[in-house]
Ligand binder design. Structure first.
Ligand SMILES: Cc1cc2nc3c(=O)[nH]c(=O)nc-3n(C[C@H](O)[C@H](O)[C@H](O)COP(=O)(O)OP(=O)(O)OC[C@H]3O[C@@H](n4cnc5c(N)ncnc54)[C@H](O)[C@@H]3O)c2cc1C
Length: 450
């Protein structure tokens, strides 16, 4: 497979050394494709993250479809097993008013409604399938990391309330402290109710097992390395055998190789996100920093930091950014993250870190997630590019892809116009990592100096 970053970052033979992997319990039993002859199904799904698993689960549960999922590694190997566990609105980097300018008010509302339904869907799956994923918190909060960002948040809350009827609330600095989060970079907040945190790998594994219970077969260690059509049948080749299917759903997000499907080449841009975990903090240590809430919280930077107190007192410190996916680049990012952590949480400057890892999110040229037919083939669906916020969005988009593949929905009627079709191709796609470098340099100046 051909990627635009250091290939070591896509090594599916090495599990991700994350806190989630150390605390998720037993792995999901998958079915070995080796030795299987003439393996056929109605719908094959590439990628066992939230998109692929949700698509497979809903296809089997709601449409009685015969589905197989193929993952290069194991369920939750990609972003779905290594993210921050923030279940909130996502799937775009466009601001709401930019979206209104682009597709109008009604379509923006349709897009937002889908994001809201996706959050509810995660909650319903956890409850309905008895998935114990350590759910915490009751809202998501963005905090102003500089005094000059406070007014933006105040206006943002008013805009969302007045324009979309959203229950966003502005919080001043004292209200943030009373809510249980404080620090030298906390100057005010914007609260989005209805969001929560999860253990992302427990959720991914729970979804995988729920899909298996409905008859879905999941093949681990099954990277799709070849793909051709024989008549109307797709033939997906892996090193352990072939799978034949009438339709294919691609849910490979930031792990999409350039050569998985020519219809996606040059159309997605994987970007790095990084997570540092502390040892459990005692109640006294939490009080010393003034951080006691388990709500999910991020700052107002473009290259944002996302943070949350985990149920056992560990603190998760996430940070977007970085363009060097090599082991040396990862080591440099860890040093930068540790330094930033100490600036933001001075009372915890002495605290040891137990884990650090990173993974790929997925960006597009037009800054929004997409569902469409690569190469115009109506028997192939791609659903991807959640722009770093995909726990809920991938789950919801996976369900949408299931409905589309089952012909219970159509692209024209049921997919918000801004998400419709495959993502546009980047101009000069070979420059994608350079674009990212330029954007990150500019964001850094904006975040820290303006
Ligand atoms: C560090 C980090 C923190 C994040 N934090 C948050 C957060 O707090 N909240 C939030 O909403 N989002 C967050 N995200 C984003 C979120 O994790 C993703 O948007 C979401 O998991 C995407 O799910 P997916 O199923 O589309 O893709 P993934 O979970 O990335 O799964 C893609 C799968 O495809 C497989 N694959 C790829 N190519 C092939 C092939 N050729 N054959 C077979 N299998 C293949 C891979 O092995 C992988 O398992 C974060 C991401 C990262 C990396």
């Amino acid at each position: 497979m051909r990627h635009i970053y250091d290939e070591s970052a896509f090594d599916t033979t090495k599990p991700v050394g994350s806190w989630w992997l150390d605390s998720a319990g037993d792995a999901v039993d998958t079915t070995d494709l080796a030795g299987g002859e003439n393996v056929r199904c109605e719908i094959a799904v590439i990628g066992a993250g939230y998109t692929g698993l949700s698509a497979a689960y809903h296809l089997a549960r709601d449409h009685g479809a015969d589905v197989r999922v193929l993952d290069a590694a194991y369920p939750g190997f990609g972003g779905s097993g290594r993210n921050g566990g923030f279940v909130g609105p996502g799937a775009t980097k466009l601001s709401s008013d930019a979206m209104v300018r682009k597709v109008g008010m009604d379509e923006t509302k349709r897009f937002m409604a889908l994001q809201g339904e996706s959050i509810d869907l995660v909650a319903a799956l956890l409850d309905g399938e008895n998935i114990d994923a350590d759910k915490t918190g009751a809202c998501e909060i963005e905090f102003a990391h500089k005094p000059n960002r406070v007014q933006e948040l105040r206006q943002g809350a008013a805009y969302m309330r007045n324009t979309f009827g959203a229950k966003f609330e502005f919080m001043d600095k004292d209200e943030c402290t009373a809510h249980g989060f404080a620090g030298p970079q906390v100057h005010g907040g914007l609260k989005i109710p209805g969001c929560f945190g999860v253990h992302p790998l427990k959720y991914a594994r729970g979804l995988a097992r729920a899909a298996q219970k409905r008859g879905v077969i999941i093949h681990g260690e099954a990277p799709v390395i070849g793909w051709h059509k024989e008549g109307g049948t797709h033939v997906l080749a892996t090193p352990r055998g072939e799978v034949r299917a009438k339709q294919v759903i691609i849910g490979t997000n930031g792990y999409t190789a350039e050569d998985t499907n020519p219809g996606l080449a040059g159309r997605v841009l994987p970007g790095l996100s990084n997570i540092l975990i502390t040892r459990p903090l005692s109640a006294e240590e939490q009080a010393a920093q003034g951080w006691t809430t388990t709500d999910i919280i991020y700052d107002s930077r473009k290259l944002l930091h996302y943070v949350r107190l985990l149920p056992d007192g560990r603190f998760l410190f996430g940070g977007r950014g970085g363009w060097d996916a090599s082991p040396a680049g990862k080591a440099r990012m860890r040093i930068y993250m540790e330094k930033t952590f100490k600036q933001m949480f001075p009372a915890w400057a002495h605290v040891e870190f137990t884990h650090f890892w990173n993974g790929f999110i997925c960006l597009t040229y037009d800054l929004v997630a997409h569902v469409g037919h690569p190469q115009g083939d109506e028997t192939v669906w791609s659903a991807l590019a959640y722009h770093g916020s995909g726990v809920a969005a991938a789950t919801g988009t996976g369900r949408l892809a299931a409905r589309l593949a089952a012909k219970a929905a159509t692209l024209e009627k049921d997919v918000p116009v801004i998400m419709r079709d495959v993502p546009p191709r980047f101009p000069f796609p070979f420059l994608r990592t350079q674009y990212l470098r330029g954007a990150y340099a500019w964001y850094h100046i904006k975040d820290e100096w303006l």
